[in-house]
Design a protein around this ligand. Structure first.
Ligand code: LRH
Ligand code: MN
Length: 426
Protein backbone atom coordinates (compact mmCIF):
# COMPACT_ATOMS: atom_id res chain seq x y z
CA UNK A 1 0.00 0.00 0.00
CA UNK A 2 1.29 3.45 -0.94
CA UNK A 3 0.81 6.46 1.36
CA UNK A 4 -0.23 9.66 -0.43
CA UNK A 5 2.52 12.31 -0.15
CA UNK A 6 -0.11 14.88 0.84
CA UNK A 7 -1.28 12.65 3.74
CA UNK A 8 2.32 12.50 5.02
CA UNK A 9 2.70 16.25 4.51
CA UNK A 10 -0.41 16.99 6.58
CA UNK A 11 0.75 14.69 9.39
CA UNK A 12 4.21 16.31 9.44
CA UNK A 13 2.69 19.82 9.41
CA UNK A 14 1.13 19.15 12.80
CA UNK A 15 4.53 18.17 14.24
CA UNK A 16 6.82 20.57 12.36
CA UNK A 17 6.82 23.43 14.89
CA UNK A 18 7.88 21.12 17.72
CA UNK A 19 10.50 19.49 15.51
CA UNK A 20 11.97 22.83 14.35
CA UNK A 21 12.26 24.10 17.95
CA UNK A 22 14.08 20.95 19.09
CA UNK A 23 16.23 20.76 15.96
CA UNK A 24 17.34 24.40 16.17
CA UNK A 25 18.13 24.03 19.88
CA UNK A 26 20.21 20.89 19.27
CA UNK A 27 21.95 22.29 16.16
CA UNK A 28 23.06 25.35 18.11
CA UNK A 29 24.48 23.17 20.90
CA UNK A 30 26.25 20.80 18.48
CA UNK A 31 27.59 23.60 16.27
CA UNK A 32 29.07 25.17 19.43
CA UNK A 33 30.93 21.85 19.87
CA UNK A 34 32.21 22.11 16.24
CA UNK A 35 29.94 19.30 15.11
CA UNK A 36 28.91 19.37 11.43
CA UNK A 37 25.14 18.92 11.87
CA UNK A 38 24.43 18.80 8.12
CA UNK A 39 27.04 16.08 7.62
CA UNK A 40 25.54 14.00 10.45
CA UNK A 41 22.02 14.40 9.05
CA UNK A 42 23.27 13.36 5.59
CA UNK A 43 25.05 10.31 7.03
CA UNK A 44 21.78 9.26 8.68
CA UNK A 45 19.90 9.67 5.41
CA UNK A 46 22.46 7.50 3.57
CA UNK A 47 22.27 4.76 6.21
CA UNK A 48 19.97 2.12 4.72
CA UNK A 49 19.01 -1.05 6.61
CA UNK A 50 17.76 -4.23 4.93
CA UNK A 51 14.48 -5.64 6.23
CA UNK A 52 14.33 -9.44 6.66
CA UNK A 53 11.64 -10.97 4.44
CA UNK A 54 11.05 -13.51 7.21
CA UNK A 55 10.04 -10.95 9.81
CA UNK A 56 6.97 -9.23 8.33
CA UNK A 57 4.48 -11.50 10.07
CA UNK A 58 4.12 -12.62 13.64
CA UNK A 59 6.95 -14.80 14.92
CA UNK A 60 6.61 -17.50 17.53
CA UNK A 61 8.35 -20.00 19.73
CA UNK A 62 7.93 -23.74 20.27
CA UNK A 63 5.36 -22.80 22.88
CA UNK A 64 3.15 -21.08 20.38
CA UNK A 65 2.52 -18.31 17.86
CA UNK A 66 -0.05 -15.54 18.15
CA UNK A 67 -0.93 -14.48 14.60
CA UNK A 68 -1.16 -10.84 13.54
CA UNK A 69 -3.98 -9.83 11.26
CA UNK A 70 -3.31 -8.49 7.76
CA UNK A 71 0.04 -10.26 7.41
CA UNK A 72 1.62 -10.37 3.92
CA UNK A 73 0.94 -13.83 2.47
CA UNK A 74 3.27 -13.57 -0.54
CA UNK A 75 6.54 -11.91 -1.56
CA UNK A 76 4.78 -9.09 -3.40
CA UNK A 77 2.85 -8.07 -0.28
CA UNK A 78 6.09 -8.30 1.75
CA UNK A 79 7.82 -5.91 -0.65
CA UNK A 80 4.77 -3.61 -0.38
CA UNK A 81 5.06 -3.61 3.43
CA UNK A 82 8.78 -2.82 3.24
CA UNK A 83 7.92 -0.08 0.73
CA UNK A 84 5.50 1.42 3.26
CA UNK A 85 8.17 1.20 5.99
CA UNK A 86 10.63 2.94 3.67
CA UNK A 87 8.11 5.69 2.82
CA UNK A 88 7.72 6.51 6.53
CA UNK A 89 11.30 5.99 7.75
CA UNK A 90 13.38 6.60 4.56
CA UNK A 91 15.94 4.17 6.03
CA UNK A 92 14.52 0.75 5.01
CA UNK A 93 15.72 0.81 1.39
CA UNK A 94 16.50 -2.90 1.02
CA UNK A 95 15.15 -6.42 1.59
CA UNK A 96 17.06 -9.56 2.58
CA UNK A 97 15.33 -12.66 1.20
CA UNK A 98 15.33 -16.09 2.80
CA UNK A 99 15.23 -19.06 0.41
CA UNK A 100 13.07 -21.14 0.00
CA UNK A 101 10.65 -19.12 2.16
CA UNK A 102 10.62 -16.28 -0.43
CA UNK A 103 11.42 -17.64 -3.90
CA UNK A 104 10.03 -15.14 -6.47
CA UNK A 105 7.43 -16.59 -8.85
CA UNK A 106 7.91 -13.77 -11.40
CA UNK A 107 11.38 -12.22 -11.17
CA UNK A 108 10.62 -9.26 -13.47
CA UNK A 109 7.44 -8.40 -11.58
CA UNK A 110 9.18 -8.57 -8.19
CA UNK A 111 12.13 -6.46 -9.42
CA UNK A 112 9.75 -3.83 -10.86
CA UNK A 113 7.69 -3.79 -7.66
CA UNK A 114 10.82 -3.41 -5.54
CA UNK A 115 12.21 -0.58 -7.67
CA UNK A 116 8.78 1.14 -7.60
CA UNK A 117 9.34 1.28 -3.81
CA UNK A 118 13.08 2.17 -4.15
CA UNK A 119 13.90 -1.15 -2.49
CA UNK A 120 17.17 -2.94 -3.33
CA UNK A 121 17.90 -6.64 -2.81
CA UNK A 122 20.55 -7.10 -0.09
CA UNK A 123 22.03 -10.44 1.01
CA UNK A 124 20.09 -13.62 0.19
CA UNK A 125 19.96 -16.26 2.94
CA UNK A 126 20.18 -20.01 2.37
CA UNK A 127 18.29 -22.49 4.54
CA UNK A 128 19.87 -25.83 5.36
CA UNK A 129 18.33 -25.93 8.85
CA UNK A 130 14.98 -27.32 7.64
CA UNK A 131 14.20 -30.28 5.38
CA UNK A 132 12.21 -29.29 2.31
CA UNK A 133 9.24 -31.51 1.38
CA UNK A 134 10.94 -32.95 -1.73
CA UNK A 135 14.40 -33.25 -0.16
CA UNK A 136 16.29 -36.50 -0.86
CA UNK A 137 18.63 -36.20 2.12
CA UNK A 138 17.89 -34.82 5.62
CA UNK A 139 19.73 -32.09 7.48
CA UNK A 140 18.71 -33.64 10.83
CA UNK A 141 22.34 -34.38 11.56
CA UNK A 142 23.78 -31.39 9.75
CA UNK A 143 24.18 -29.89 6.32
CA UNK A 144 27.60 -28.55 5.19
CA UNK A 145 29.19 -30.41 8.15
CA UNK A 146 27.20 -33.65 7.78
CA UNK A 147 29.26 -36.87 7.95
CA UNK A 148 27.24 -38.04 4.92
CA UNK A 149 28.62 -36.61 1.68
CA UNK A 150 25.23 -36.74 -0.07
CA UNK A 151 23.73 -34.38 2.53
CA UNK A 152 26.74 -32.04 2.21
CA UNK A 153 26.48 -32.02 -1.59
CA UNK A 154 22.73 -31.34 -1.38
CA UNK A 155 23.41 -28.37 0.94
CA UNK A 156 26.17 -27.03 -1.32
CA UNK A 157 23.84 -27.28 -4.33
CA UNK A 158 21.12 -25.42 -2.43
CA UNK A 159 23.49 -22.56 -1.61
CA UNK A 160 24.56 -22.31 -5.27
CA UNK A 161 20.85 -22.21 -6.26
CA UNK A 162 20.31 -19.37 -3.75
CA UNK A 163 23.19 -17.45 -5.37
CA UNK A 164 21.51 -17.86 -8.79
CA UNK A 165 18.20 -16.57 -7.38
CA UNK A 166 19.94 -13.58 -5.79
CA UNK A 167 21.90 -12.88 -8.94
CA UNK A 168 18.67 -12.60 -10.96
CA UNK A 169 17.40 -10.02 -8.46
CA UNK A 170 20.58 -7.94 -8.28
CA UNK A 171 21.69 -9.12 -4.84
CA UNK A 172 25.48 -9.15 -4.27
CA UNK A 173 25.93 -11.37 -1.22
CA UNK A 174 25.01 -14.74 0.28
CA UNK A 175 24.53 -15.25 4.01
CA UNK A 176 25.20 -18.75 5.32
CA UNK A 177 24.02 -19.58 8.83
CA UNK A 178 24.32 -23.23 9.88
CA UNK A 179 22.29 -24.88 12.63
CA UNK A 180 24.85 -27.71 12.33
CA UNK A 181 26.12 -29.11 15.64
CA UNK A 182 25.20 -31.72 18.23
CA UNK A 183 22.93 -32.16 21.21
CA UNK A 184 25.00 -34.63 23.18
CA UNK A 185 28.69 -35.20 24.05
CA UNK A 186 30.14 -37.86 21.76
CA UNK A 187 27.45 -37.36 19.12
CA UNK A 188 29.79 -35.75 16.56
CA UNK A 189 33.52 -35.57 15.78
CA UNK A 190 34.25 -31.83 16.09
CA UNK A 191 37.24 -31.94 13.71
CA UNK A 192 35.42 -33.84 10.96
CA UNK A 193 32.44 -31.50 11.26
CA UNK A 194 34.61 -28.38 11.00
CA UNK A 195 36.72 -29.75 8.13
CA UNK A 196 33.61 -30.80 6.17
CA UNK A 197 32.15 -27.33 6.75
CA UNK A 198 35.32 -25.61 5.53
CA UNK A 199 35.51 -27.80 2.41
CA UNK A 200 31.79 -27.27 1.70
CA UNK A 201 32.06 -23.48 2.12
CA UNK A 202 34.99 -23.48 -0.30
CA UNK A 203 32.78 -25.26 -2.89
CA UNK A 204 30.11 -22.59 -2.41
CA UNK A 205 32.76 -19.85 -2.56
CA UNK A 206 33.93 -21.16 -5.96
CA UNK A 207 30.37 -20.62 -7.26
CA UNK A 208 30.19 -16.96 -6.21
CA UNK A 209 30.07 -14.36 -9.02
CA UNK A 210 33.20 -12.15 -9.08
CA UNK A 211 31.55 -9.14 -7.39
CA UNK A 212 29.74 -11.12 -4.69
CA UNK A 213 30.48 -11.55 -0.99
CA UNK A 214 29.96 -14.56 1.29
CA UNK A 215 28.79 -13.76 4.84
CA UNK A 216 29.43 -16.52 7.41
CA UNK A 217 27.08 -16.08 10.40
CA UNK A 218 28.07 -17.66 13.74
CA UNK A 219 25.89 -18.67 16.70
CA UNK A 220 26.81 -20.39 20.02
CA UNK A 221 23.72 -22.61 20.36
CA UNK A 222 20.09 -23.37 19.19
CA UNK A 223 18.75 -25.43 17.67
CA UNK A 224 21.64 -27.63 18.81
CA UNK A 225 22.26 -27.41 22.53
CA UNK A 226 25.65 -29.12 23.11
CA UNK A 227 27.83 -27.89 20.23
CA UNK A 228 27.47 -25.69 17.14
CA UNK A 229 30.04 -26.05 14.33
CA UNK A 230 30.28 -22.28 13.60
CA UNK A 231 29.85 -21.30 17.24
CA UNK A 232 31.71 -17.98 17.53
CA UNK A 233 33.35 -15.12 15.66
CA UNK A 234 36.74 -16.84 15.72
CA UNK A 235 35.46 -19.91 13.90
CA UNK A 236 33.62 -17.78 11.34
CA UNK A 237 36.76 -15.60 10.90
CA UNK A 238 38.91 -18.69 10.40
CA UNK A 239 36.51 -20.10 7.80
CA UNK A 240 36.26 -16.73 6.00
CA UNK A 241 40.06 -16.59 5.76
CA UNK A 242 40.14 -20.18 4.54
CA UNK A 243 37.66 -19.33 1.77
CA UNK A 244 39.25 -16.11 0.50
CA UNK A 245 38.97 -12.33 0.08
CA UNK A 246 35.25 -12.33 -0.75
CA UNK A 247 34.30 -14.13 2.50
CA UNK A 248 33.47 -12.23 5.69
CA UNK A 249 32.06 -12.70 9.17
CA UNK A 250 28.44 -11.65 9.85
CA UNK A 251 27.64 -10.49 13.39
CA UNK A 252 24.11 -11.25 14.64
CA UNK A 253 23.82 -9.33 17.94
CA UNK A 254 21.75 -12.15 19.47
CA UNK A 255 24.38 -14.80 18.76
CA UNK A 256 26.64 -14.20 21.77
CA UNK A 257 26.90 -15.78 25.18
CA UNK A 258 25.87 -13.42 28.01
CA UNK A 259 28.18 -10.41 28.60
CA UNK A 260 30.22 -10.99 25.45
CA UNK A 261 32.04 -7.76 24.46
CA UNK A 262 30.57 -7.44 20.95
CA UNK A 263 32.12 -4.01 20.25
CA UNK A 264 35.56 -5.57 20.75
CA UNK A 265 34.66 -8.34 18.26
CA UNK A 266 33.56 -5.65 15.79
CA UNK A 267 36.83 -3.73 16.26
CA UNK A 268 38.91 -6.88 15.75
CA UNK A 269 37.03 -7.92 12.60
CA UNK A 270 37.30 -4.42 11.07
CA UNK A 271 41.03 -4.22 11.82
CA UNK A 272 41.41 -7.55 10.00
CA UNK A 273 39.13 -6.37 7.15
CA UNK A 274 36.69 -9.23 7.73
CA UNK A 275 33.53 -7.58 9.07
CA UNK A 276 30.88 -8.31 6.42
CA UNK A 277 27.73 -7.09 8.11
CA UNK A 278 25.16 -7.20 10.86
CA UNK A 279 21.91 -8.74 11.91
CA UNK A 280 20.57 -6.15 14.33
CA UNK A 281 18.22 -7.14 17.18
CA UNK A 282 18.38 -7.17 20.97
CA UNK A 283 18.21 -9.82 23.66
CA UNK A 284 18.12 -10.37 27.43
CA UNK A 285 19.16 -14.00 27.55
CA UNK A 286 19.62 -15.95 24.26
CA UNK A 287 18.82 -15.37 20.60
CA UNK A 288 15.63 -13.57 21.66
CA UNK A 289 15.38 -11.52 18.43
CA UNK A 290 13.80 -8.58 20.29
CA UNK A 291 13.41 -4.99 19.06
CA UNK A 292 16.80 -3.35 18.49
CA UNK A 293 17.82 -1.15 21.44
CA UNK A 294 14.91 -2.32 23.59
CA UNK A 295 17.07 -4.06 26.26
CA UNK A 296 20.72 -2.91 25.90
CA UNK A 297 20.74 0.50 24.11
CA UNK A 298 24.13 1.51 25.58
CA UNK A 299 25.72 -1.71 24.28
CA UNK A 300 24.33 -0.87 20.82
CA UNK A 301 25.85 2.63 21.10
CA UNK A 302 29.27 1.16 21.99
CA UNK A 303 29.04 -1.16 18.96
CA UNK A 304 28.28 1.83 16.70
CA UNK A 305 31.16 3.74 18.28
CA UNK A 306 33.46 0.87 17.23
CA UNK A 307 31.83 0.86 13.78
CA UNK A 308 32.26 4.61 13.25
CA UNK A 309 35.91 4.37 14.33
CA UNK A 310 36.41 1.42 11.97
CA UNK A 311 34.68 3.14 9.05
CA UNK A 312 36.99 6.17 9.58
CA UNK A 313 40.23 4.22 10.16
CA UNK A 314 39.97 0.80 8.48
CA UNK A 315 39.86 1.22 4.67
CA UNK A 316 40.80 -2.49 4.55
CA UNK A 317 37.24 -3.33 5.67
CA UNK A 318 34.45 -2.92 3.09
CA UNK A 319 31.27 -0.94 3.89
CA UNK A 320 29.30 -3.35 6.09
CA UNK A 321 25.86 -4.72 5.22
CA UNK A 322 23.20 -3.50 7.62
CA UNK A 323 20.26 -5.89 8.19
CA UNK A 324 17.67 -6.46 10.90
CA UNK A 325 17.00 -10.01 12.08
CA UNK A 326 14.12 -9.99 14.53
CA UNK A 327 11.03 -11.98 15.39
CA UNK A 328 7.82 -10.28 16.43
CA UNK A 329 5.99 -12.49 18.94
CA UNK A 330 3.61 -9.89 20.41
CA UNK A 331 4.09 -6.53 18.60
CA UNK A 332 2.72 -5.42 15.22
CA UNK A 333 5.66 -6.50 13.00
CA UNK A 334 5.71 -3.18 11.14
CA UNK A 335 5.68 -1.07 14.33
CA UNK A 336 8.40 -3.33 15.78
CA UNK A 337 10.56 -2.82 12.68
CA UNK A 338 10.06 0.97 12.79
CA UNK A 339 11.18 1.00 16.44
CA UNK A 340 14.24 -1.06 15.50
CA UNK A 341 15.11 1.31 12.63
CA UNK A 342 14.79 4.27 15.01
CA UNK A 343 17.09 2.62 17.58
CA UNK A 344 19.72 1.84 14.91
CA UNK A 345 19.66 5.42 13.59
CA UNK A 346 19.80 6.79 17.15
CA UNK A 347 22.85 4.68 18.08
CA UNK A 348 24.58 5.68 14.83
CA UNK A 349 23.84 9.40 15.36
CA UNK A 350 25.15 9.29 18.94
CA UNK A 351 28.30 7.49 17.78
CA UNK A 352 28.86 10.19 15.14
CA UNK A 353 28.94 12.73 18.02
CA UNK A 354 31.89 11.01 19.69
CA UNK A 355 35.03 13.14 19.29
CA UNK A 356 37.33 10.27 18.24
CA UNK A 357 40.41 12.53 18.26
CA UNK A 358 39.78 13.78 21.82
CA UNK A 359 39.10 10.16 22.82
CA UNK A 360 42.45 9.00 21.37
CA UNK A 361 44.23 11.81 23.27
CA UNK A 362 42.52 10.90 26.55
CA UNK A 363 43.39 7.23 25.93
CA UNK A 364 47.02 8.20 25.26
CA UNK A 365 47.09 10.08 28.59
CA UNK A 366 45.33 7.21 30.43
CA UNK A 367 42.70 9.79 31.40
CA UNK A 368 40.07 7.13 31.91
CA UNK A 369 37.51 9.50 33.38
CA UNK A 370 37.66 11.76 30.32
CA UNK A 371 37.39 8.74 28.02
CA UNK A 372 34.08 7.85 29.67
CA UNK A 373 32.92 11.48 29.70
CA UNK A 374 33.51 11.74 25.94
CA UNK A 375 31.48 8.60 25.24
CA UNK A 376 28.68 9.39 27.66
CA UNK A 377 28.29 13.02 26.58
CA UNK A 378 27.53 11.68 23.12
CA UNK A 379 25.27 8.92 24.45
CA UNK A 380 23.36 11.32 26.69
CA UNK A 381 22.59 13.66 23.76
CA UNK A 382 18.95 13.42 22.57
CA UNK A 383 19.65 13.05 18.84
CA UNK A 384 16.05 12.38 17.77
CA UNK A 385 15.65 15.84 16.09
CA UNK A 386 18.53 14.82 13.76
CA UNK A 387 16.72 11.61 12.81
CA UNK A 388 13.53 13.58 12.21
CA UNK A 389 15.41 16.08 10.00
CA UNK A 390 16.96 13.26 7.95
CA UNK A 391 13.49 11.78 7.40
CA UNK A 392 11.92 15.15 6.61
CA UNK A 393 14.66 15.97 4.10
CA UNK A 394 13.96 12.63 2.39
CA UNK A 395 10.17 13.00 2.35
CA UNK A 396 9.49 10.69 5.28
CA UNK A 397 7.47 11.04 8.49
CA UNK A 398 8.67 13.06 11.47
CA UNK A 399 7.24 10.25 13.66
CA UNK A 400 6.79 7.01 11.64
CA UNK A 401 4.96 4.96 14.30
CA UNK A 402 2.54 7.83 15.02
CA UNK A 403 1.92 8.29 11.27
CA UNK A 404 1.36 4.54 10.83
CA UNK A 405 -1.30 4.65 13.56
CA UNK A 406 -2.91 7.94 12.49
CA UNK A 407 -3.21 6.57 8.93
CA UNK A 408 -4.71 3.31 10.37
CA UNK A 409 -2.45 1.29 8.08
CA UNK A 410 -2.90 -2.01 9.94
CA UNK A 411 -6.69 -1.64 9.66
CA UNK A 412 -6.36 -1.04 5.90
CA UNK A 413 -4.04 -4.05 5.52
CA UNK A 414 -6.60 -6.26 7.29
CA UNK A 415 -9.37 -4.92 5.01
CA UNK A 416 -7.13 -5.66 1.99
CA UNK A 417 -5.74 -9.05 3.07
CA UNK A 418 -8.27 -10.38 5.53
CA UNK A 419 -7.66 -11.26 9.16
CA UNK A 420 -6.15 -14.69 8.62
CA UNK A 421 -3.40 -14.13 6.06
CA UNK A 422 -0.15 -15.65 7.30
CA UNK A 423 3.41 -14.66 6.29
CA UNK A 424 6.08 -17.28 5.53
CA UNK A 425 9.17 -17.11 7.77
CA UNK A 426 10.05 -17.70 11.38
C1 LRH B 1 19.60 -17.86 13.06
C2 LRH B 1 19.30 -16.59 12.28
C3 LRH B 1 19.82 -16.59 10.85
C4 LRH B 1 18.61 -16.75 9.99
C5 LRH B 1 17.55 -17.10 10.92
C6 LRH B 1 16.22 -16.65 10.44
O1 LRH B 1 19.24 -17.70 14.39
O2 LRH B 1 19.76 -15.50 12.99
O3 LRH B 1 20.31 -15.35 10.51
O4 LRH B 1 18.77 -17.56 8.95
O5 LRH B 1 17.91 -16.50 12.14
MN1 MN C 1 20.62 -13.78 12.02
Amino acid sequence: MKIEVEQLGDLNKAKEAGHNKNFNFLSEALTAQNKDVTAIVNSLAEFQVAIPSWALGAGGTRFGRFGFQGEPSNLGQKIDDIGMLHQLTRTAGAVSLHIPWDVPEDYMAIKELASSHNILFDAVNSNTFQDQANAKHSYKFGSLSNISKVSRDQAIAHNLDVVKIGDKLGSKSLTVWLADGSNFPGQSNFQDALQHTEDSLKEIYKGLPEDWKLFIEYKPYEPNFYSTVIQDWGTSFMLANACGDKAYTLVDLGHHLPNTNIEQIVSTLMLKGKLGGFHFNDSKYGDDDLTVGSVKPYALFLIFNALVYGMENNPQNPYPAWMIDASHNIKDPLEDLMQSLEAIQEAYAKALLVDQTKLRDAQANHDVVTCQEILQNAYRTDVRPLLEKARLNAGGAINPVAAYRELEIRKKLIQERGANSIATGL
